[in-house]
Write a protein that binds this ligand. Sequence first.
Ligand SMILES: [Zn+2]
Ligand SMILES: [Zn+2]
Length: 134
Amino acid sequence: MARSGGCRCGAVRYTLSAEPVATRLCWCRDCQYWALGNAAVNIMVPRAAVEVTGTPRRFESMADSGNRMTRSFCGECGTQLFSASSGNLEYMVVRVGTLDDASGIRPTMAIWTGSAPPWAHIDPALQAFPRQPG
Ligand SMILES: [Zn+2]
Ligand SMILES: [Zn+2]
């Protein structure tokens, strides 16, 4: 089933031609910036299944895991769209809030819970990892 999405202003659009292999809440310190204080909700999809129209801007940083992360966002409206890790070239991460329809998405895992603030609510039904799962 194909999914589609894009940034808030529509300058960047994408389609996904494969189902996500993982759906995760990420509490890493970086995601707390992009998700405005909360965990980011991310799906992981094969890179080859992602087709992008428009030209997102990129921001590179070193993640807590030691991997080099490239995050893509719309230069017009600022929406965070994708991230990709130097430690995992086969897959990329898509921000669930940018999907046109996220109703079929069900998180199964919370990662980097060790860097969540004390007030964070972490659903006990989710498999939780204090850092990046092995
Ligand atoms: Zn935009
Ligand atoms: Zn994160």
